[in-house]
Design a protein around this ligand. Structure first.
Ligand SMILES: C[S@@+](CC[C@H](N)C(=O)[O-])C[C@H]1O[C@@H](n2cnc3c(N)ncnc32)[C@H](O)[C@@H]1O
Length: 402
């Protein structure tokens, strides 16, 4: 936790000023406009009952509502992520903005950015959440923000077109009303889940579709209602080891893949640098011919069966009876890390070859930040597309690297 000096603790104004300084230091906030909004809106008024230190911590969410299993279904998002997304959104005075997924705080920040001439609508699927957001907004002096109870999958047509739509819940796809609800040069900022990893992507409207301007890793609670991510599957290979995919073409035979793990491991080093993990991951997950995500518990990693790269999930190449995933080791010559592959099963050699080739190709051609351009093309894919494509319900995600 980022906690300011003791002398400042308990004074919301001082905590807020300290939060803004830290958000600027960490490049979550890069503009004066966004800094001013964060400095103005009393964040703690949107987290009644929560400790002040939690409300003003940069990287913590504040729980709002949990489901029957105790999992968060609504939180006040972490300030760091809100700063990043508001910078991606590039909101100007006088704009009309729709926020999908409410809480009140982010909508108040947006109201500061659009000013008196602009208009902010925030929609949530949950009556408790939207009622709470309404109370907090009124209490903090943001009565002009419009709150709507609805499934945001359909947008909020009454009020469209919007200059900006900001989605603050993880979306598996982009329904037509989000694109159609934008002005001709509007921007959609959405935490889009592609191959089980979510990135906040700033998309500009590009004719019928969307074209990315920036992307950043992000974590959000999943969407409920019509847009809930029904395609995701997770299979347990054994206690503490699971594979996850959302690609219908990928078969996950838990028994055969679990057997593979008991076979001796093949380790291949690529000779290529391991850097910019989020950029590399995007490249790998979209270019592996049959991709899943391997997750392992700490116990299993400590037992030596699975590498630490799987603790947070790692792109994995699977066949019917074999798996290969990324690892790394220190590179004594350069001081950084070298990437490599661990493979198990009868096809370990072939999978490791394919994986190592991708590691080398990325390091050779794309080892920079922001080299991917992501397009969203609504409707059925015009075949064949020259890019790497990921089919979605309402369209296709198409990615190129430069
Ligand atoms: C991370 S919270 C939003 C945080 C908020 N923007 C803030 O100011 O901190 C995500 C919200 O999305 C809402 N949500 C989930 N599915 C939704 C849907 N289909 N339409 C609208 N809201 C949805 C949840 O009820 C939850 O309140």
């Amino acid at each position: 936790m980022t906690v300011p000096d003791d002398s400042e603790v308990r004074d919301p104004g001082a905590l807020r000023a300290s939060m803004v300084r830290a958000l600027r230091d960490q490049d979550a906030i890069t503009s004066e406009r966004v800094a001013a909004a964060f400095a103005t809106v009393p964040r703690h008024r949107f987290a009644p009952g929560a400790p002040l230190e939690l409300a003003y911590d940069l990287h913590s969410t504040v729980p709002v509502k949990k489901d029957e299993h105790g999992l968060d279904i609504s939180v006040m998002s972490a300030a760091h992520l809100q700063g990043v997304m508001l910078e991606q959104a590039d909101i100007r005075a006088g704009m009309k903005v729709l926020e999908i997924g409410s809480g009140g705080y982010n909508a108040a920040l947006v109201q500061e950015l659009v000013g008196g001439e602009g208009a902010v609508t925030t929609v949530d699927i949950d009556r408790d959440v939207i009622d709470r957001a309404r109370r907090c907004l009124d209490d903090a002096g943001y009565g002009q923000v419009r709150t709507v109870l609805a499934d945001g999958e359909s947008g909020v047509p009454d009020g469209a077109p919007y200059d900006r739509i900001i989605v603050t819940v993880a979306a598996w796809d982009i329904p037509a009303p989000w694109i159609g609800g934008l002005t001709g040069n509007g921007r959609l900022v959405v935490p889009l889940t592609v191959r089980c990893t979510t990135r906040s992507i700033a998309f500009d409207r590009d004719g019928e579709g969307l074209l990315s301007r920036s992307y950043r890793l992000a974590r959000f609670v999943p969407m409920q209602g019509e847009g809930a991510p029904k395609e995701e599957r997770k299979v347990l290979l054994r206690d503490g080891v699971a594979l996850q995919t959302d690609d219908v073409r990928v078969r996950l035979d838990a028994e055969a893949l679990n057997r593979a793990l008991d076979e001796p491991r093949l380790v291949r080093w690529s000779g290529a640098a391991y850097e910019l993990p989020d950029e590399l991951e995007l490249y790998l997950t979209l270019n592996l011919s049959s991709a899943a995500r391997l997750h392992s518990s700490k116990d299993v990693v400590e037992s030596g069966l699975v590498e630490a790269s799987a603790l947070l999930g790692v792109p994995t190449l699977v066949s019917e009876d074999s798996i290969a995933y990324r690892t790394r080791r220190e590179n004594e010559n350069t001081g950084g890390f070298e990437s490599g592959v661990v493979a198990h099963g009868p096809q370990a050699e072939a999978l490791a070859d394919q994986y190592v080739e991708l590691l080398r190709r990325w390091a050779r051609n794309h080892r920079r930040r922001g080299t991917a351009t992501i397009r969203y093309l609504p409707g059925p894919a015009a075949s064949p597309l020259p890019q790497v494509t990921v089919p979605k319900r309402h369209g296709v995600v198409a990615v190129t690297w430069h």
